[in-house]
Design a protein around this ligand. Structure first.
Ligand code: ZN
Length: 179
């Protein structure tokens, strides 16, 4: 698994496979893309959007959502906007997303089956974390995208001139639909 990747990496560097990817750290298109970690999007998303190395800041997580107003996604957007010159943000959810209909309480059952103790879960709840809600997915992809777009636009630390638009990409054809 990871060892296979390490073996490949040696050859990649040895053969100077990196040469065609050399670019700067500032996104040439001045766009940040927030999307899902789904495996189907790894190559499809950049190909379907026509983006290559150096073009955008790509931020990914399960569902392409903002789960906390001061979490890692907003932090990354702060860096993209204030440090790297991003002016537009694309939120790109996708069809058949694993985070759609994901159930936090079901996941807690899985944790217990894998040896996480009830006391640990109780302690985290006691610290004020609503674990079930934190792990819950969304029920409606379009609504989720709209909510994410709104959370970015209305965030007190995002400047008003930043353009934020939401899309759903077809996980097979790569077709974008604006929501
Ligand atoms: Zn997904």
């Amino acid at each position: 698994m990871i060892d296979d990747i390490l073996e490949f990496n040696k050859k990649f560097v040895g053969n100077k496979g990196y040469e065609k990817y050399i670019t700067g750290k500032y996104p040439d298109k001045k766009i940040a893309v927030l999307s899902c970690m789904d495996t189907r999007l790894t190559e499809l998303l950049p190909a379907a959007l026509g983006i290559k190395n150096g073009d955008v800041n790509l931020i990914k997580n399960a569902g392409g959502v903002i789960s906390h107003p001061f979490g890692s996604v907003i932090r990354s957007l702060m860096v993209a906007i204030y440090e790297l010159g991003v002016k537009e943000v694309m939120v790109v959810a996708h069809s058949d997303c694993g985070a759609c209909h994901m159930n936090g309480n079901e996941m807690i059952k899985q944790m217990k089956a894998r040896g996480i103790r009830q006391e640990t879960i109780d302690m985290i709840r006691f610290c004020g974390v609503d674990l079930g809600a934190w792990l819950d997915g969304f029920e409606d992809t379009e609504k989720s995208v709209k909510k994410t777009v709104r959370s970015i636009m209305e965030h007190p630390l995002i400047p008003e001139d930043i353009i934020v638009r939401g899309f759903i990409i077809d996980s097979v054809t790569g077709e974008l639909t604006e929501v």
